[in-house]
Design a protein around this ligand. Structure first.
Ligand SMILES: Nc1ncnc2c1ncn2[C@@H]1O[C@H](COP(=O)(O)OP(=O)(O)OP(=O)(O)O)[C@@H](O)[C@H]1O
Ligand SMILES: [Mg+2]
Length: 392
């Protein structure tokens, strides 16, 4: 095959490659034709031979890219303003063969597994159910909006969060799109926006600055007009890192700082509960420090991910017995109890950083009383806070 028979890099813009150890590898790309663009996901839906599974992910990506360059996308019925999924299967007698540009070069066909089986691939075309869902901006939302193209990306700090600059100020930008996206993530982000709007002004809960909007990233024809979509939101940027980072340092911390962080986190959590919300992912990486080293609770959707070892023992048992149920769908009392247990766990970890001081022993004892095996033996969050503030 000569280069002329392959799509040029101007026509095909490769976006991402997914490959679960060779199980259903897929390539997401944009096909540009004139001024129009289509998002496409090409997915391999047959079991690859052992030799290809052993060849490694980089080799598979390269071979799949070369294969995709040989497909003639202009002959396919691609869908506008969304992601078209092209699922490829192997059939000895292909009923629906994928259209190829002129494949002439036998040499490349021999060395590229996907090209070698190209003649027997059959395809199926549908809207990609796994595409990132961007909600349309609801004008009723009483939150300022920022155009994505006006934000200057500075640094990624987590798979979902980056630092951006806007008018000489830094903000944290949490995006809907992420390396491993689950369609439920859009709903979690919307829940987080609602919760953040509810706690505006609270000194120890992350403060929302605005929604980030843009034209739909999947827009096919630039000249058409469409409603803007939400791509994520901006938070105040808290520059002193997470409690996880501080607590992982191989050194003790000042008692007065630890007491402050414990009280501030506990009060933020109590505020959530008073407003009938729960956090469900209390852990050191969801507490960040502002420039004055105050603790700020983040990730407050109440429905996003959770970490198994930060769930209370009774919540773990409940989830094991009801595998279809997420902690977020359990009763309010159960959720509050798991939040308080996780908070107690956090206090126990913090107590280890006090160098066995008098306050450290107190923190340990409060943490122990919040994490007792039997929920009926545990103290309440307000009792814990009272016992701690008595030490101020
Ligand atoms: N406003 C902020 N200021 C500074 N850092 C932040 C801010 N928001 C988030 N981060 C950083 O980004 C990380 C991930 O943020 P967040 O917990 O909101 O995302 P997530 O995708 O829900 O993460 P996870 O699933 O790991 O809990 C945090 O642990 C923290 O390091
Ligand atoms: Mg988090």
């Amino acid at each position: 095959m000569t280069e002329n028979n392959l799509a040029s890099s101007r026509e095909l813009e490769f976006k991402s490659f997914q490959d679960w150890n060779g199980d259903r590898p897929s390539l997401t790309l944009i096909f540009h034709d004139g001024f129009s663009s289509w998002w496409i996901k090409v997915e391999i839906a047959w079991s690859l031979p052992e030799s290809i599974l052993k060849s490694g992910c980089l080799k598979r990506r390269f071979m799949l890219q070369e294969f995709v360059k040989a497909i003639d996308f202009s002959q396919l019925n691609l869908m506008d303003d969304t992601v078209t999924r092209i699922t490829l299967t192997l059939a000895e007698r292909s009923h629906n063969p994928i259209p190829f540009r002129n494949i002439q070069n036998d040499c490349q066909r021999e060395t590229n597994y996907f090209l070698s089986v190209a003649y027997k691939t059959s395809f199926d075309i549908a809207e990609d159910p796994g595409r990132t869902l961007y909600p349309i901006l609801n004008q009723a939302q009483d939150i300022p909006t920022f155009e994505a193209r006006q934000l200057e990306q500075e640094e990624d700090i987590a798979p979902t969060v980056s630092i951006i600059r806007f008018k000489e100020k830094h903000f944290a930008y949490k995006t809907i799109d992420r390396p491993i996206y689950d369609p439920g993530d859009t709903e979690h982000i919307l829940n987080e926006i609602t919760a953040l709007a509810q706690f505006r002004g609270h000194p120890n809960i992350a403060q929302i600055i605005g929604l980030v909007i843009s034209d739909s990233p999947y827009k096919t024809h630039p000249s058409t007009t469409s409603a803007p979509v939400i791509t994520g939101f901006l938070l105040e940027y808290y520059p002193e890192g997470t409690l996880e980072r501080v607590l992982s340092k191989d050194q003790d911390q000042d008692d007065s700082l630890l007491r402050r962080w414990a009280l501030q986190t506990g009060r933020a959590l109590e505020t959530l509960h008073l407003q009938k919300r729960t956090h469900l992912d209390i852990k050191p990486s969801n507490i960040v420090l502002d420039a004055n080293r105050n603790a700020i609770l983040i990730d407050i959707s109440g429905t996003g991910g959770y970490e198994w070892e930060w769930l209370s023992p009774e919540m773990q048992t409940f989830i094991q017995q009801n595998v279809e149920t997420a902690p977020a769908s359990t009763s309010f009392d159960k959720r509050v109890a798991t939040d308080c247990w996780a908070y107690g766990n956090l206090l126990v970890i913090m107590a280890k950083k006090t160098g066995a001081s008098c306050f450290g022993k107190r923190l340990q004892s409060i943490g122990d009383d919040l994490t007792k095996m039997d929920p009926r033996d545990r103290i309440s969050l307000s009792d814990a806070l009272e016992r701690m503030s008595g030490q101020e």
